[in-house]
Ligand binder design. Sequence first.
Ligand SMILES: [Mg+2]
Length: 170
Amino acid sequence: MELSLLHAASPRIENQAALVVAFDLDNTIICADDSGNVHLRPGMIEAMQWLSSRGHKVWICSSADRQWVDLVFKRFPALGCHTERIMSCEDIDPATCGIRQFKDIIRLGIDLLVDDHEPYREDARRIYGDGVANRYIILPKFTAEVLGIEDGWRKCLTDKILCHEKCDGQ
Ligand SMILES: [Mg+2]
């Protein structure tokens, strides 16, 4: 049985805190190829469904502008079924976050950020320490070059979520 299905079959312990899990968009959820075609990362909708089924909130946190985010949601309407809130660059500008292009999960009210951009985690480590840095789940970059290649991202994500459910429930 697929790992994610095994996890889905095991219910969460009652009274666990719901986590706000925010996903980056470009090269995390989607990628564009040289012809301009946009691809959805295989398994992404199922992962969002899994999070929702465990009571967590799925947000989008993109440093792209809102127009691009809206276009992607139009292209893949299923994304909208599981997303509670969308934040684009208009919401995470330097005035909000202090550092240009830094997604500061503390200021944005996010528990866990799923992103392909490793430097965010290192910025978080420098500013807040390891506890906050561990809340940045960095996935392998999703690009047109790796389309169809299994990179283990779902196991990485589900393992981290299960781990944080335990920590945050205590
Ligand atoms: Mg990205």
